[in-house]
Design a protein around this ligand. Sequence first.
Ligand SMILES: [Zn+2]
Length: 368
Amino acid sequence: MKLVANIKLHPSKEQEILLRSTLERCNEACNWLSEQAFGAKTIRQYDMQKAFYRELRARFELTAQVAIQCIKKVADGYKIDQKSMREFRKHSAQPYDDRIFRVMTGDMISIWLLGGRQKIAFVCGDHQRKLLEHRKGEVDLMLVRGKWYIACVCDFDDPALLTPDGMLGVDFGIVNIATDSFGNEYSGAKIEAYRERAVKRRATLQRIGTRAAKRRLRKLSGIQQRFQKHENHCISKAIVSTAERSGLGIRLEDLTHIRSQVKARKEQRKRLHNWSFGQLRTFVQYKAKQAGIPCEIVDPRNTSRECAECGHIDKRNRKSQSEFRCVACGHSNNADHNAARNISGRGAITHPMFAHTFVPCVVESPRL
Ligand SMILES: [Zn+2]
């Protein structure tokens, strides 16, 4: 499977200036090239290289490999859309290959910048360090909110799948973001309070509607995305480790119903819309895969109406959003816990289900 490890650079003041001028120069080069190529209708990499390589290098004083990477970046841009001229942001990410980038011992990288190679210190966590051992191919130099990163694609063999003793069912979304079939709840008061606050602040800003408010809204949405992503990482990690400790596989419900079919009150719906369950599911899936734990997706129909004790399905079993009481056998439980137990007992509708194994870890789009 492929994962992206982001390593954070710690450049000196001089190196930071070089990084910035290199990234800006590369994007100027790409923009120049994009204009030439679009004008001359030579948007394929091979044609572009033939026509403009020399001038590109000379004009922007780039080393051969950097010029090639710029050509590739522009050509890749035109692969998506040939109808309009591609433009690159001033600090759009720049790809590097192994001839101009290397990870060295002692937490240093060697990278080509304007004026020659530089050795720059980096920091990364244990998890990323493990990933880095499997780094392959190109990396991206990125400037994200004033900090420098190298995004490395790491490709490694999947561990063999363990044979589980049973399945841990996980219910998404109604009252808690995630509840498992043991009854563990994975979203605390912190997230709930945050979600409520976020909804209110967004509504207020939308009502104000001035340019400043819109700017603030955009910024807020970035902050929220990062918060969600962090929480989703924590929740998925906790779910996978619960399964791992108990020798269980994981069963998740098919999420397509969360937005469309759930008959929730308006207030509830707002809360559901407000969380990225797709991301959470993806995180659970790839973390499970990394740990060798089977992960299945099951049909969610009636999980919230069915009694986990006697199997009786009835709308009236659901007393409220949070309370379940079976009209047939009288079994009562937290509604999410009951649903998670049902999920745990269901057969998979699709398995193995690893549609998205490639999980980029940066909020901003890495290219263009
Ligand atoms: Zn029952």
